[in-house]
Write a protein that binds this ligand. Sequence first.
Ligand code: ZN
Length: 178
Amino acid sequence: MEFRKQISTVELLTPHRFERETQIVEYREDPLTGSHSRINVARAGRRRQGQRGESDLSEVVASTKGDCFFCPQNIEQQTPKFPPQICPRGRIERGECLIFPNLFPFADYHGVGTLSRKHSLDLDEFTPEMLLDNLMASREYIAAVHRVDEGAKYPMWIWNHLPPQWREHNSSPRSNTG
Ligand SMILES: [Zn+2]
Protein backbone atom coordinates (compact mmCIF):
# COMPACT_ATOMS: atom_id res chain seq x y z
CA MET A 1 0.00 0.00 0.00
CA GLU A 2 1.36 3.39 -0.95
CA PHE A 3 0.93 6.41 1.29
CA ARG A 4 1.17 9.38 -1.01
CA LYS A 5 1.84 12.85 0.23
CA GLN A 6 3.02 16.17 -1.08
CA ILE A 7 5.05 18.43 1.18
CA SER A 8 5.04 22.23 1.18
CA THR A 9 7.08 24.62 3.26
CA VAL A 10 5.41 27.76 4.57
CA GLU A 11 7.41 30.80 5.65
CA LEU A 12 6.33 33.20 8.38
CA LEU A 13 7.88 35.59 10.90
CA THR A 14 7.09 34.23 14.35
CA PRO A 15 6.59 36.15 17.59
CA HIS A 16 8.11 37.59 19.65
CA ARG A 17 11.28 38.28 17.69
CA PHE A 18 9.69 37.98 14.25
CA GLU A 19 12.46 35.87 12.82
CA ARG A 20 11.93 33.77 9.72
CA GLU A 21 10.58 30.32 10.38
CA THR A 22 9.46 27.63 7.97
CA GLN A 23 6.81 25.07 8.75
CA ILE A 24 5.91 21.89 6.94
CA VAL A 25 2.43 21.25 5.58
CA GLU A 26 1.68 17.77 4.26
CA TYR A 27 -1.07 17.12 1.75
CA ARG A 28 -1.89 13.43 2.29
CA GLU A 29 -3.99 11.03 0.27
CA ASP A 30 -5.73 8.14 2.00
CA PRO A 31 -4.83 4.98 0.01
CA LEU A 32 -8.12 3.25 0.91
CA THR A 33 -10.68 6.01 0.45
CA GLY A 34 -8.78 8.39 -1.84
CA SER A 35 -9.77 11.28 0.43
CA HIS A 36 -7.31 14.12 1.05
CA SER A 37 -6.22 15.83 4.23
CA ARG A 38 -3.78 18.53 5.25
CA ILE A 39 -1.50 18.07 8.24
CA ASN A 40 0.83 20.42 10.07
CA VAL A 41 2.52 18.28 12.72
CA ALA A 42 3.61 21.39 14.65
CA ARG A 43 -0.07 22.16 15.41
CA ALA A 44 -0.08 19.36 17.99
CA GLY A 45 2.05 21.56 20.27
CA ARG A 46 0.02 24.73 20.01
CA ARG A 47 -1.52 26.49 22.97
CA ARG A 48 -5.28 26.22 23.00
CA GLN A 49 -8.03 28.32 24.45
CA GLY A 50 -11.08 27.16 26.34
CA GLN A 51 -9.78 23.81 27.52
CA ARG A 52 -10.17 24.32 31.24
CA GLY A 53 -13.38 22.45 31.81
CA GLU A 54 -15.73 25.41 31.72
CA SER A 55 -19.30 24.56 30.87
CA ASP A 56 -20.65 28.10 30.72
CA LEU A 57 -19.79 30.45 27.87
CA SER A 58 -19.30 33.45 30.16
CA GLU A 59 -16.70 31.45 32.12
CA VAL A 60 -14.85 30.64 28.92
CA VAL A 61 -14.89 34.31 27.88
CA ALA A 62 -13.64 35.50 31.28
CA SER A 63 -10.91 32.89 31.69
CA THR A 64 -9.42 33.41 28.20
CA LYS A 65 -9.50 37.21 28.12
CA GLY A 66 -6.24 38.05 29.93
CA ASP A 67 -3.82 36.06 27.80
CA CYS A 68 -5.80 36.09 24.56
CA PHE A 69 -3.45 36.62 21.62
CA PHE A 70 -6.19 38.23 19.49
CA CYS A 71 -6.97 41.02 21.96
CA PRO A 72 -5.45 44.52 21.48
CA GLN A 73 -3.04 44.26 24.45
CA ASN A 74 -1.35 41.15 22.95
CA ILE A 75 -2.00 41.06 19.23
CA GLU A 76 1.05 43.11 18.15
CA GLN A 77 3.53 40.97 20.07
CA GLN A 78 1.88 37.54 20.00
CA THR A 79 0.73 37.07 16.41
CA PRO A 80 3.12 36.33 13.53
CA LYS A 81 3.86 38.53 10.53
CA PHE A 82 3.82 37.75 6.83
CA PRO A 83 7.17 37.63 5.04
CA PRO A 84 7.95 40.87 3.17
CA GLN A 85 7.35 39.42 -0.30
CA ILE A 86 3.69 38.97 0.62
CA CYS A 87 3.18 41.95 2.88
CA PRO A 88 5.96 44.53 3.49
CA ARG A 89 4.26 45.81 6.66
CA GLY A 90 3.86 42.27 8.01
CA ARG A 91 0.12 42.46 8.59
CA ILE A 92 -2.93 43.94 6.89
CA GLU A 93 -5.09 46.34 8.90
CA ARG A 94 -8.46 47.82 8.06
CA GLY A 95 -10.84 49.20 10.70
CA GLU A 96 -10.95 46.75 13.60
CA CYS A 97 -9.64 43.94 11.40
CA LEU A 98 -6.02 42.79 11.51
CA ILE A 99 -4.86 39.99 9.21
CA PHE A 100 -1.74 38.00 10.07
CA PRO A 101 -0.45 34.49 9.30
CA ASN A 102 -1.79 31.48 11.14
CA LEU A 103 0.92 30.54 13.67
CA PHE A 104 0.43 26.89 12.63
CA PRO A 105 -0.62 27.02 8.99
CA PHE A 106 -2.21 24.08 7.27
CA ALA A 107 -2.11 25.50 3.76
CA ASP A 108 0.60 27.13 1.64
CA TYR A 109 -1.01 30.50 2.44
CA HIS A 110 -3.04 30.71 5.63
CA GLY A 111 -4.06 34.04 7.11
CA VAL A 112 -6.12 34.79 10.21
CA GLY A 113 -8.20 37.95 10.49
CA THR A 114 -9.92 39.43 13.50
CA LEU A 115 -13.39 40.94 13.20
CA SER A 116 -13.37 43.10 16.30
CA ARG A 117 -11.08 44.50 18.99
CA LYS A 118 -13.46 43.11 21.61
CA HIS A 119 -12.61 39.73 23.14
CA SER A 120 -16.09 38.35 22.65
CA LEU A 121 -19.18 39.31 20.70
CA ASP A 122 -22.68 37.90 20.89
CA LEU A 123 -24.23 36.94 17.60
CA ASP A 124 -26.23 40.18 17.42
CA GLU A 125 -23.13 42.34 18.02
CA PHE A 126 -21.41 41.72 14.70
CA THR A 127 -21.81 44.82 12.52
CA PRO A 128 -21.84 45.19 8.73
CA GLU A 129 -18.71 47.39 9.04
CA MET A 130 -16.80 44.58 10.76
CA LEU A 131 -17.67 42.18 7.98
CA LEU A 132 -16.90 44.72 5.26
CA ASP A 133 -13.50 45.58 6.76
CA ASN A 134 -12.62 41.92 7.19
CA LEU A 135 -13.69 40.99 3.67
CA MET A 136 -11.82 43.92 2.11
CA ALA A 137 -8.68 43.17 4.11
CA SER A 138 -9.00 39.48 3.19
CA ARG A 139 -9.28 40.44 -0.45
CA GLU A 140 -6.08 42.46 -0.11
CA TYR A 141 -4.31 39.41 1.36
CA ILE A 142 -5.65 37.09 -1.34
CA ALA A 143 -4.52 39.53 -4.06
CA ALA A 144 -1.06 39.82 -2.45
CA VAL A 145 -0.70 36.04 -2.45
CA HIS A 146 -1.79 35.84 -6.07
CA ARG A 147 0.83 38.43 -7.03
CA VAL A 148 3.64 36.19 -5.74
CA ASP A 149 2.04 32.88 -6.76
CA GLU A 150 -0.25 32.86 -9.77
CA GLY A 151 -1.09 29.23 -9.09
CA ALA A 152 -2.87 30.21 -5.87
CA LYS A 153 -6.33 31.01 -7.16
CA TYR A 154 -8.90 29.18 -5.04
CA PRO A 155 -9.27 31.19 -1.81
CA MET A 156 -11.43 30.08 1.11
CA TRP A 157 -12.88 32.48 3.68
CA ILE A 158 -13.96 30.72 6.87
CA TRP A 159 -15.58 32.27 9.92
CA ASN A 160 -15.07 30.78 13.39
CA HIS A 161 -16.91 31.79 16.52
CA LEU A 162 -15.92 30.59 20.04
CA PRO A 163 -12.91 28.38 20.88
CA PRO A 164 -12.96 25.14 18.86
CA GLN A 165 -12.81 22.73 21.81
CA TRP A 166 -15.73 24.48 23.44
CA ARG A 167 -17.71 24.32 20.20
CA GLU A 168 -17.16 20.57 19.97
CA HIS A 169 -18.24 19.88 23.54
CA ASN A 170 -21.19 22.22 23.58
CA SER A 171 -22.38 22.22 20.00
CA SER A 172 -25.76 23.78 19.51
CA PRO A 173 -27.14 25.96 16.74
CA ARG A 174 -27.15 28.94 19.09
CA SER A 175 -23.44 28.84 19.86
CA ASN A 176 -21.84 27.67 16.63
CA THR A 177 -21.42 29.91 13.62
CA GLY A 178 -18.30 28.27 12.22
ZN1 ZN B 1 -9.44 38.17 22.88
